[in-house]
Write a protein that binds this ligand. Sequence first.
Ligand code: SF4
Ligand code: SF4
Length: 365
Amino acid sequence: MSKRQLAMVMDLNKCIGCQTCTVACKTQWTNRNGREYMYWNNVETYPGTGYPKNWMELGGGFDAAGDLQPGVIPNLEADYGVPWDYNYESLMTDSADHRHFQPHVSPTWGPNWDEDQGAGVFPVDNYFFYLPRICNHCTNPGCLSACPRDAIFKREQDGVVLVDLDRCQGYRYCIAGCPYKKIYFNPKISKSEKCILCFPRIEQGLPPACAQQCVGRIRFVGFLDDEESQVYKLVHKYKVAIGLRPDYGTQPNVYYVPPTESPAKFDAEGRIIEGSTRLPIEELEKLFGPEVHHAIKTLKAEMKKRKETGVSELMDILIAYQHSDMFRLDNHYYQEVAKEQKRTPLAPVDTRYIAGKFTKTGGHH
Ligand code: SF4
Ligand code: SF4
């Protein structure tokens, strides 16, 4: 366990599935050098197959006794989807008869292949919501436990989970061990890579790119022991933000405010069935465990209180007025850490992460 833990809260009531977060992450970290197929941040439709395909059925994580469970390594073509590009150049050179815009492979699967399909029958009782996912920077990471090379480490100062690329030999046990399938194999360098929670930004007091760019303003970032942070209030004070699949036993540090309201169902004549709700509570229990009942009860009670009295700290937090309140990152703290570690204060680096030849030179592969 690390000394302090950074955490992110995502309010699922506000995600509009715009994928701005996905693009912010991809353009910053994964559009090159063997990472093309990776989505360190993805937003999937739930219910749905997710990314990679059926990740919840691929094993990993821990059982109730704390033993690491066997897991499956997803396949590029069948489970992630081969990333494709388009024939921009031949569009300029081909004769007019042969000109058409097309991908360079015939894709058979890809992220969000089933976007917006959800479950139920349109228009009677169909439903879905968006589920944005990054690495959970778990307190008990399955990826770390599975690594026989001690190549995955959790930073003391903030609990960020990173891969030491010098030690990693590309065995991929980590991919099997992560029940969220949020660590990926880079075939170009034969190493595993994953979300780094934008630590070079964090150390400068800036939130991760996905959180900063989020159009729906659904993401809060802060330290779990900072009682002034909105993350602390959502997770510990009001207990309305819960980790995804707590039954996997990794103690995730990305928390979700569950979808609280869903539209009523229609009867065969298209009339509203009063009092009905499309989103089955069993789905939310599957994702967030039994605590979801308490969370939804609190959210509904605070919504009512806000309507009746005009006052609710919880609703004010979830409205997300100011980035400066939503993101509480203390760069003075990181300056102190840098001093302790005898580094130049605020060098935007993690010493162990950049020590290896695979990270230091940037563009050699
Ligand atoms: S989500 Fe997966 S990759 Fe991230 S820390 Fe947890 S086990 Fe490791
Ligand atoms: S940017 Fe925000 S609202 Fe848009 S998909 Fe990502 S998490 Fe959802």
